[in-house]
Design a protein around this ligand. Structure first.
Ligand SMILES: Cc1cc2nc3c(=O)[nH]c(=O)nc-3n(C[C@H](O)[C@H](O)[C@H](O)COP(=O)(O)OP(=O)(O)OC[C@H]3O[C@@H](n4cnc5c(N)ncnc54)[C@H](O)[C@@H]3O)c2cc1C
Length: 340
């Protein structure tokens, strides 16, 4: 058997140079001729995807089916880990987020997609491609790079919020408002964030009270607007939440009467879940998400972003769709590079 081309020294055999050439062929390689995809530089992978949530796994599916060699590195901290049931994903209503990811990973087994449970700690632009440093395996290279790293929510620092988050404490009315419809709801937030969330929650319940945990930072007109819609404001400092089995029963303040509530929705912001976008100096939008063009490409050629890390409609189905769009764009660019 002739020595395999450099493009074979990838994916399943990262330490390929230490092995006999014959051993470098996998059944997959024998039935697939990748020579038409060769570029002048031998990269370990066609595409490395950082982040194995809905965005990253969806992109991996499209790229795997496009016969690309793909590595997904996932730190294993999905944003919605606290959720007890995912909503707004047609055909998957109420599924556990971990189960959705399990199904997605299982579907990828058929393709040349490798998934590693490890953090990417550094990234560099390298030879018209990228170099990615993983926590355990060191540097790996790829022609294109997709960031699907998501965001991290700023969860208010309130005593006992952790045990209720995902059950009766939430941040997204679209994801969890229905389950608390017509109930006594508290909104936690200040200024325009608290105002917007409180007004929005009126779609799900008529009984909404805004808790600002200190000065509301609202002007006269904004207070009047809330009053017009029957939303009272509690500006006392919040001491703790009380309830059993994750179910909120009341909010206790440092002074004044406790407030009986069965759900709390907060709006206290978020940030990129890792520093890679800032390390690569990606252009950001005014809202702090990574700027992308219509095909999910960032301000850096070859670097794509999908999911919550980009744009602002943050849903699983949207993240998956953005992953698909990024994958098609990546494959299209690689096709053009291969067939000049
Ligand atoms: C409590 C809660 C409930 C929600 N409920 C719903 C719902 O019902 N319906 C809905 O549509 N949406 C819901 N969402 C929103 C939903 O979780 C997100 O829109 C979705 O997860 C975005 O997918 P993503 O792939 O962009 O990011 P994520 O799912 O956050 O995945 C990003 C992945 O990247 C990994 N990662 C980050 N940095 C690195 C790194 N340096 N190296 C390696 N890996 C890295 C993380 O570990 C993570 O696994 C909810 C969110 C929360 C917080």
């Amino acid at each position: 058997m002739p020595a395999p081309p450099p493009s074979m020294f990838r994916t399943k055999f990262r330490f390929a140079t230490e092995l006999e050439p014959d051993l470098l062929y996998t059944p997959h390689d024998l039935f697939n001729d990748y020579s038409f995809m060769k570029s002048t530089t031998a990269f370990d992978y066609d595409v490395i995807i950082i982040g194995g949530g809905p965005a990253g796994l969806s992109a991996a599916l499209v790229l795997g089916r496009s016969r690309r060699r793909v590595l997904v590195c996932d730190g294993g901290k999905p944003r919605n880990a606290a959720s007890h049931g995912l909503h707004n994903f047609i055909t998957r209503e109420g599924i556990l987020p971990t189960e959705l990811l399990r199904l997605a990973r299982a579907e990828l087994a058929e393709y040349d997609v490798e998934i590693r449970r490890e953090e990417v700690v550094d990234v560099e632009i390298w030879k018209k491609g990228f170099r990615v440093c993983t926590a355990d395996d060191g540097w790996l290279t790829s022609r294109k790079l997709l960031l699907a790293t998501g965001v991290r929510d700023a969860i208010p620092e309130i005593e006992r919020i952790g045990e209720m988050y995902g059950i009766s404490v939430h941040h997204c009315p679209y994801c969890d408002g229905w389950e608390h419809r017509d109930g006594p709801i508290a909104v936690y937030g200040r200024g325009k964030h608290g105002l917007g969330m409180a007004l929005s929650m009126k779609t799900w319940s008529n009984d909404v009270i805004l808790c600002t945990d200190g000065p509301a930072k609202l002007g006269k007109k904004e207070r009047e607007r809330l009053a017009r819609h029957g939303i009272a404001i509690r500006e006392e400092k919040v001491a703790r939440l009380e309830g059993e089995n994750g179910l909120l029963e009341r909010i206790v303040f440092t002074e004044g009467e406790p407030l009986a509530r069965s759900a709390l929705f907060f709006n206290t912001g978020q940030e990129q879940s890792c520093t890679i976008p800032s390390k690569l100096k990606c252009r950001l939008t005014g809202k702090g998400s990574i700027w992308v063009d219509g095909s999910e490409c960032t301000s850096i050629p070859g670097l794509y972003v999908a999911g919550d890390a980009s744009r602002d409609a943050q849903f699983v189905i949207v993240a998956a769709a953005e992953g698909t769009r990024a994958a098609v764009a990546i494959n299209t660019v690689m096709q053009a590079e291969e067939r000049k």
